[in-house]
Write a protein that binds this ligand. Structure first.
Ligand code: OMP
Length: 236
């Protein structure tokens, strides 16, 4: 899909999801995460897909390799466009994720979803990473090391913050996807995010996709805000 903005559908009711999506008169890239999936199951994924939208199914799998493989085999049958795991699960788990997707796709239509891995959550600060997760060093260095492991494991890209995207492309190649949440307009509140940036800076840093939730969904005019952000990403 040529759209660069993935809208996080972090809503608590079906009504909010449909009221939001009905504002759009063309397919968009949506992210369905744990909030909707744990409330409405995969039915909501099928419904949003049936409306013609592209889907990043964000369930951030992180478990032993065999469990992740079997789970991915099932997710591959949903025909979504992107799925994800936590890179902290390690290379055996990430390789198993891709194997599961390939097996599931073979039993389905042959096309597997892209698989990306979360490096360090955009809500994680250097202090939390060093002192709570006990990972020493700078966030950027850790994220780049994780990105290299993700690439070696055969995945298609990473979830990272805008601040690491350029260095990841330099280290892993321009075709290795950087999907960046933690996007805020300059006037927005940062909320629970720590490593944030504007859409304009994401464009400048060469991010492949940005993930935007509250800056669009809580905007007084979500459609106008979406177009403003998407135009920025498309360089219009
Ligand atoms: O995997 C993700 O999508 C993700 C990874 C990450 O590091 N940070 C992050 O915010 N996200 C997701 O991106 C969305 C960001 O939402 P907003 O902060 O409202 O824009 C949420 O749905 C998060 O679950």
């Amino acid at each position: 899909m040529d759209k660069k903005t993935i809208v996080a559908l972090d809503f608590s009711t079906r009504k909010e999801v449909y009221e939001f999506l009905l504002k759009f008169h063309e397919p968009i890239y949506c992210k369905i995460g744990m909030e909707l999936t744990y409330s409405f199951g995969f039915e909501i994924v099928r419904e949003v897909k049936a409306m013609g939208h592209h889907i990043f199914l964000d369930l951030k799998l992180h478990d032993i390799p065999n469990t992740v493989k079997q789970a991915m085999k099932n997710l591959a049958k949903l025909d979504v466009d992107i799925v994800n795991v936590h890179a902290a699960g390690g290379s055996a788990m990430m390789k198993a994720a891709v194997e599961g997707l390939n097996e599931g796709a073979k039993e389905n239509n042959g096309k597997r979803p892209l698989c990306i891995a979360v490096t360090q959550l955009t809500s994680t600060s250097k202090e939390a990473m060093n002192n709570e997760l006990k990972i020493p060093g700078e966030v950027q260095d850790v994220v780049i090391d994780y990105a290299k492991l993700v690439k070696e494991s055969g995945l298609d890209g990473v979830v990272c913050s805008v601040h690491e995207a350029k260095a990841i492309h330099e280290a892993c190649g321009s075709d290795f996807l950087t999907v960046t949440p933690g996007i805020r307009m300059a006037s927005d509140s940062v909320d629970d995010q720590k490593r944030v940036a504007t859409p304009a800076y994401a464009k400048e840093q060469g991010c492949d996709y940005i993930v935007v939730g509250r800056s669009i969904t809580k905007s007084s005019d979500p459609l106008a805000t979406y177009h403003e952000i998407e135009n920025t990403m498309e360089g219009k």
